[in-house]
Design a protein. Structure first.
Length: 391
């Protein structure tokens, strides 16, 4: 309790300092550059960054009413955008935006930020935030990312998937490059200490020569859930996908977001640039929890939500776990984003990583249309305009 109160007191002090600022802005010198402070209010020797959240639902604002609609609990999340931003002493959350009046009202009742807006464009114009989290439905991610970059936002923390069309993701990344906006995509396993430890062990030779990988999860949804799995495969294997062969599950579940949304599960193989094949099993009716297994010449590792089991060919089995008191992955992500904005650098999951995961998702859909033929990546031509209506 004392540590929690100390954090509240520190945040209150910083809010007081922020409210006395003159409204002067920070200028980011490029995607990998640092901020130039020009008359900016400082906390010690660090600038205070204004933040806003667009999309005040389940992951954006920890809204349990929104969670109930999809049968999930906020308590089970590895952080939310509001929680991660308010936990950082260098960040001041000043506003939130949602088209949904109920979400705005609940956000205001929880006193998450001083003001809310129905129109995100108006919020950007009035509040002029430095950092913006985007947690809307996926078809709006690219449009809002581009709008943020054009409005001078210094960093965008976008929910996954980055977009629902490859061409839209291309435009979002290009806009951020053009305007010097740092773009991070919330594939949160990249900021999870367990997944980072496993990645480091594999890179250090713990499994020897990697032969193949397998990943399965429940509820299908190659777009909304699969984006995490595909990014995790790239992350652990340290390789890019170069081809996809897949089949979509003909069974479909009703999406709570509306009839326009369609995100099937499926089965398939992803061929990676290091020669490793990743086998995917994600049917709509599957009930098994998320598990990713990597097999090599010296053993294998199975990674779940908070546990990794190393099984060497010779020697005792090892289990890796993480402390329940650790900061959420999204807190770690925000820390890294702030550090990149102020000191320069690239986030662990940048816009290009989000694009690479989307390439695999779209590849599954194209392959299914061609009876599971291999689809080379990156995808070219008019296929980059194919839209998968991910929620």
């Amino acid at each position: 309790m004392e540590r929690f109160q100390a954090r509240k007191d520190r945040l209150a002090l910083l809010r007081g300092k922020f409210e006395r600022t003159s409204g002067k802005r920070l200028r980011h010198t490029g995607t990998a550059g640092a901020i130039e402070a020009k008359g900016t209010e400082m906390s010690g020797d660090q600038p205070i960054l204004k933040a806003a959240v667009i999309g005040l639902g389940f992951v954006g604002a920890g809204d349990q009413v929104s969670g109930d609609a999809i049968g999930q609990r906020v308590a089970d999340l590895d952080g939310t955008h509001v929680q991660a931003l308010t936990a950082h002493p260098q960040v001041q959350l000043v506003s939130g935006s949602s088209r949904n009046e109920g979400r705005r009202k609940r956000f205001e009742e929880r006193r998450c930020a001083p003001r809310t807006y129905a129109d995100w464009r108006q919020m950007l114009s009035v509040e002029r935030p430095d950092v913006v989290s985007i947690a809307t439905n996926s078809p709006y991610h690219a449009e809002i990312t581009i709008g943020c970059a054009e409005a001078g936002v210094r960093a965008v923390f976008c929910e996954k998937p980055i977009a629902t069309r490859l061409s839209d993701a291309d435009r979002a990344i290009q806009a951020c490059r053009l305007h010097g906006t740092l773009l991070a995509v919330n594939h949160n396993r990249r900021w999870h200490p367990l997944w980072r430890d496993v990645r480091n062990e594999i890179a250090g030779g713990a499994l020897g020569d990697v032969y193949h990988a397998m990943v399965h999860w429940s509820t299908g949804r190659l777009g909304n859930v699969g984006t995490h799995a595909f990014d995790a495969l790239r992350f652990l294997l340290g390789a890019d996908a170069r081809a996809v062969s897949g089949t979509l599950d003909p069974k479909l579940r009703t999406d709570c977001r509306g009839e326009d949304y369609c995100d099937p599960g499926g089965w398939g193989i992803v061929d990676f640039s290091n020669g490793v094949k990743g086998f995917v099993h994600a049917s709509q009716d599957a009930r098994q929890p998320f598990l990713l297994r990597v097999v090599g010449s010296r053993g294998q590792v199975a990674v779940g939500s908070d546990t990794a089991l190393f099984q060497p060919c010779d020697g005792p089995t090892r289990t890796l776990t993480v402390s329940p008191d650790r900061p959420s992955s999204m807190e770690v992500a925000v820390r890294e984003i702030v550090r990149c904005v102020t000191d320069g650098g690239r986030p662990a999951c940048a816009g290009e990583d989000g694009l690479a995961a989307l390439e695999i998702i779209i590849g599954f859909h194209l392959s299914d249309r061609q009876h599971a033929q291999w689809i080379p990546l990156p995808i070219g031509g008019s296929d980059r305009d194919l839209e998968v209506k991910i929620g």
